[in-house]
Ligand binder design. Structure first.
Ligand code: APR
Ligand code: PHB
Length: 396
């Protein structure tokens, strides 16, 4: 490592200032555990990212516990169900009646704002625009994290490292080849998403399966809508005019929704690829992975942020036991505990993705199976209950 021009010490060094890293640092801080958080990007860049916006009840509870629930509780919208549509005809899945719970619509961008505000209020140590982050000696009792900031080298001596640096971060790569196992499925299509300052077309989300491909009608608040359509991977967002996007969306959603749809100028338009990915184990020595650093889900089940929250919950509880009771059981079982929930959410996200999208290599038989599955879901309370239970979030 280059000669260090800055040395600091903390209990938990956190790499990544997305929702996972911020929430973990906030929860630990409230317990009196010191953290330093390193983020590669500027704060404006992190806050400018448009991500999903469906919170499971467990995530909502955890955010309240972390003291970041007050704006969410005022501005968030409770959804007791969702619509599914088959070939332009919708039906509703009632989460509350079938599974006894609901979800909250609150954008991840807003949530990240609230987390930064809460961290500022407690004068948290957060370093933005760091470069060349290096984890050292994670399998010893004294790990270190080196980084460059504003042209200088720095080193943090710490007791634990939390790798919350997303799919492209450095933390997962620190787990040695031969120890790390990665499981992956890349889907042969993407989602073209549009954000528009228009009232949402529906009181609840609409997940639409259509001959031309999947579509989703979502929202951020009563004046801001988020819509997606499935597109081939080689398409470019810039090739889609707003008019072409709205026309294609109308074709895929229920007829009554298509008639009501209020369109407007897009304020963000981008294509996201779909991927399922899991890294095992989620721990190496004193390095613990949380959130997208360890797993990716396709967005069809709205599980990405919620899985990051459940990882943070398990790690926070484990560190709390370590610092309060000198009991390492939670740390020793973190990886298997977190992965047990991760794999169930991976299963759900993969099932929803397979059910609702058109696959380029689908045979006629595959298509009939998909249609039969959708018809089963439309007609069976048991099938709807299973979807509802998973959508609102399995217990921690
Ligand atoms: N050093 C420091 N920070 C890094 C590094 C690095 N080498 N690499 C990446 N980061 C930062 C990214 O800039 C990003 O801000 O780590 C952060 C990771 O944040 P997210 O990608 O938002 O991941 P996470 O916090 O796990 O949030 C859960 O699941 O499905 C998604 O939309 C959901 O973004 C949400 C995520
Ligand atoms: C979103 O609002 O961006 C959203 C909602 C539900 C999903 C995916 C994305 O399943």
């Amino acid at each position: 490592m280059a000669k260090a021009s800055g040395k600091s010490r903390t209990q938990v060094a956190i790499i990544g200032g997305g929702p996972a890293g911020l929430l973990l640092s906030q929860l630990l801080h409230l317990d009196g555990v010191d953290t330093i958080l390193l983020e590669r990007r500027s704060r404006d860049y992190v806050l400018g990212r448009i991500r999903a916006g469906v919170l499971e009840r467990g995530t909502v509870e955890l955010l309240r516990t972390a003291g970041v629930g007050s704006r969410m509780d005022v501005e968030g919208i409770n959804h007791d169900g969702t619509y599914l549509a088959i070939a332009n005809e919708g039906f509703r899945i009632d989460f509350k009646r079938l599974a006894g719970g609901s979800v909250m619509i609150y954008g991840q961008t807003e949530l990240t704002h609230d987390l930064y505000d809460a961290r500022d209020a407690l004068e948290a140590r957060i370093v933005h625009e760091v470069d060349d982050v290096r984890i050292e000696c994670a399998d010893s009792a004294r790990p270190r994290v080196g980084y460059r900031h504003a042209g200088n080298d720095h080193v943090i001596d710490c007791e634990f490292v939390a790798g919350c640096d997303g799919f492209h971060g450095v933390s997962r790569k620190h787990i040695p080849v031969g120890v790390l196992r990665e499981f992956e499925r890349v889907y042969p299509f993407g989602w073209l998403g549009v954000l528009s300052r228009t009232p949402p077309v529906s009181d609840e989300l609409i997940y639409a399966s259509h001959e031309r491909g999947f579509a989703l009608c979502s929202m951020r608040n009563p004046k801001l809508s988020r819509y997606y359509i499935q597109v081939p991977l080689d398409e470019k967002a810039d090739d889609w005019s707003d008019g072409a996007f709205w026309d294609e969306l109308r074709r895929r959603i229920p007829h009554d929704a298509a008639e009501r749809l209020v369109t407007g100028e897009s304020i963000e338009k981008s294509i996201a690829p779909l991927r399922s990915h899991v890294a095992e184990p989620m721990r190496h020595g004193r390095l613990f992975l949380c959130g997208d650093a360890a797993h990716i889900v396709p967005p069809t089940g709205a599980k990405g942020l919620n899985l990051a929250a459940s990882d943070v919950y398990y790690l926070w509880q484990a560190l709390r036991r370590h610092y309060r009771e000198r009991d390492d059981h939670g740390l020793d079982t973190y990886s298997e505990t977190a992965l047990a929930r991760v794999w169930k959410a991976e299963r759900f996200s993969w099932t929803m993705t397979k059910l609702l999208h058109r696959f380029p290599d689908q045979s006629d038989f595959d298509r009939r199976m998909q249609q039969a599955e959708l018809e089963y879901l439309r007609s069976s309370t048991a099938a709807q209950t299973s979807l509802a239970e998973n959508y609102i979030g399995l217990p921690y």
